[in-house]
Structures are given as C-alpha cells and as structure tokens.
Design a protein around this ligand. Structure first.
Ligand code: NAD
Length: 348
C-alpha cells in the first residue's frame, strides 16, 4: 500500500516499470469530474481509455459488468492490461470484480477517492457486485496489484459521504482498542489537511490491513470487521424496500449502536462505549426509518445474512474495545430489544 500526497509520481513509476499492453481507468461520473483531472499529463498520456459508469450503488450489478467486459474487449484489453479503479467502494468493488474475471483476470490497481474506500473497501481484496437488492452476493477475493491512497481526493467529497466512511472508522476503533476508539471520536469534523487527520487515516487503514493479513478468507478474525453490520445491513436493506435508501455507513453507524447494546447485555461491555457512540451517532447520522411492524422483516433479512451458518444469525460482539467475540448467537428477544432501543433514540 502506498500513502502519498502526490499519486502522479507513484502512478508514473508503476506505469513505467511494468510493461502493460494497455491501461484503462474505471470511473463514475463524479470521480471522472473531480478526481481524474488531478492526474497529470505524464500519467494521462499513458492511459489508453477511460470507462465511465453512472455513480451510485445501483450501478454495481451484472449488467454493468457485461457492459465493461464488452468495452474492454472492444478496446483491445488483453491479459497484460491494467485497470485503474478510480472511485469509491462502488468502483473498487465493481472494477476489482470485472478485472478479476475478464480473460480470467487482468491487472488492477485501486485508487480510492472516498473515506470509505480508503479505509475499508479498497483494502483486503473483496470484490463483487449486488444481486438485485441483495448486497455483494457475487464476487471474488483477489488482491489488487497496488493500492494508492491520496487523501487529497477527499477535498471534493460531500459531508454525507465522509460520514458514511467515518462510521467504518468508528467500527475499526472499537474492534482495535480503547485508545483507537477514543481517538476516532475526534474526527467527525476533521481538518482534512491536518497532520492529525492524516495520521488518523493511516492508523485506521492499518487496522483493516492487519486484520485481513491475519485472515484474508474470513475464517475467524476478519469477522471482527462485521461488527455493527448484521443489524446495519438489515437497516440498509429495509431502507431500500421502503424507498428511503440509507447510505451504507449511515446504516452501519446505527447498527453499531444496536450491537453495542447487545454486547452490553450479553457480554457486559462497559456502557460508556454505548453512550459515547450513541451521543456521536445521534448527533451526526440521519435516523433509520422503521416501524415495529418492520421488525419481522428486519429479522428475515438477517436470517439471509451470508455470515450465518446452521440456520442461526451470527453476530460479532464486543466484551471490550479490542476484545471481540465472533459467531455469537443472540436470542430473538434481545435482538427485538435492540431494535426497541434504537427506536427509543429516534425522534420519528
Ligand atoms: N470490498 C469491501 O471490503 C467493502 C467494504 C465496505 C464497503 N464496500 C462497498 O463500498 C461501497 C460504498 O462505497 P462508497 O461509500 O465509497 O460509495 P460510492 O463509491 O458510491 O461513492 C459515494 C459517492 O461519492 C462520489 N464520489 C466518490 N469520490 C468522490 C470525490 N473524491 N469527490 C466527489 N465525489 C466523490 C461517488 O460518485 C458517489 O456518488 C458499497 O458498494 C459497499 O458494498 C466494500
């Protein structure tokens, strides 16, 4: 992984020192507009073409893959070509999958442009697409040739999307240690150019890197990264059904409260962590919209979670920050209580 204040030098070196037959950039409308122009002439002249797709999660599907495989084919991409994924997690997931499957795999490099992609999606080699409303159901685990993180891209990212990534940073803090969690609390409103923020970003990326290096195929420790996600994914999925889609990180932030609540009840997690997280999330993250009638649907969505086995919903929970326990079974009663608890925090 390369962390840099100028991606051009790094990209130039990579493009000069490898004999790629052709180089393509995958971008969405926004990253084409805001991020592609930050690449300099020396880099741009080595690029054979830009493949642009519509921004938004809805694009992360098989039809877009077919379009991209065809485009690569038409433009003469072969097994020695490189695909540069310039975008947020939607682009790195999609581009990683397209590159890993086109001609049984071509080179790809991640150049993440959102907070979420920098600290999470672009790290760890999970690539994939959605199947209808079901998230990330089809994919591969395959590492990019390189990951280049240039924090300067964050300057054009809107606040809502910054916060969506910050929710994952909060989770990283909780699964790492008490100190890492306390530090994360300071960066809900960061000065993006400060040394403190850059240090925080690097440390947060290192938390994910460390976990995936121990357990790349999610046999044990990598499941720690699912903290907040069992309930978070259910909130996200139901929000799509009700036509008021929540951003992934927003749903994860509320899912984190629910799973801290369960951790407190089931594993005696100190309530301070639940209280501190609740104060932050209720202040910055829009509320989830669900009624008591939706709870059965939420349970049904959780039953289909890829992480389950033996027909039981499996949670990652915390005994304390840094002390996670995986594959935990939680009673339906306690899951219902956690939804009730979330509801009690909402105004609507
Ligand atoms: N593979 C993994 O391990 C992993 C982990 C977490 C999340 N994900 C996936 O990541 C995706 C979410 O990623 P995301 O939050 O980055 O969403 P995203 O890629 O959809 O980006 C969010 C929005 O920001 C815009 N944008 C991106 N960079 C910008 C910039 N620098 N300036 C201005 N606008 C910019 C995009 O066009 C988009 O509209 C989901 O598909 C999720 O499933 C994957």
């Amino acid at each position: 992984m390369i962390f840099t204040q100028d991606p051009n030098n790094e990209l130039n070196d990579i493009l000069n020192s490898n004999s790629y037959s052709s180089v393509f950039v995958l971008a969405d409308d926004n990253t084409k507009k805001h991020c592609l122009p930050l690449l300099n002439e020396a880099v741009l002249q080595k690029i054979s073409g830009t493949l642009t797709v519509n921004a938004g999660e809805i694009t992360k599907n098989i039809d877009t893959c077919i379009y991209l495989w065809n485009e690569l084919n038409k433009r003469g991409a072969d097994r020695h070509s490189l695909l540069i994924n310039l975008g947020g997690g939607m682009i790195t997931d999609l581009g990683g999958f397209v590159a890993s499957t086109y001609k049984r795999g071509i080179h790809f490099l991640n150049l993440p442009t959102t907070m979420l992609a920098m600290i999470d999606a672009a790290i760890g080699g999970k690539n994939g697409i959605n199947l209808g409303h079901m998230k990330n159901q089809v994919g591969v685990v395959n590492q990019p040739d390189e990951l280049i993180v240039f924090p300067g891209f964050l300057k054009t990212l809107d606040r809502t999307n910054y916060l969506s990534g910050y929710a994952e940073a909060l989770k990283h803090g909780l699964i790492k240690s008490k100190d890492a969690f306390q530090k994360t609390l300071n960066f809900a409103n960061p000065d993006l150019e400060s040394e403190q923020f850059l240090g925080f970003l690097r440390e947060n990326m290192a938390i994910k890197e460390e976990i995936v290096s121990i357990d790349p195929y999610e046999k044990a420790d990598r499941k720690a990264l699912n903290f907040g996600h069992t309930i978070g994914h259910a909130l996200e999925a139901i929000s799509h059904k009700t036509g008021k889609p929540m951003l992934h990180g927003n749903a994860v932030a509320w899912g984190t409260i629910a799973e801290l609540f369960i951790s407190h009840k089931q594993h005696s997690l100190d309530i301070t962590y639940l209280n501190q997280t609740t104060e932050l999330v209720t202040k910055y993250f829009p509320e989830p919209v669900f009624t008591s009638e939706d709870v059965n649907d939420l349970m049904a969505i959780m039953q289909q979670d890829k992480k389950n086995f033996g027909k039981k919903i499996r949670f990652t929970l915390l005994r304390a920050p840094g002390k996670y326990v995986i594959d935990q079974i939680v009673s339906e009663k306690l899951i219902h209580e956690s939804f009730k608890h979330l509801k009690s925090l909402c105004q609507s």
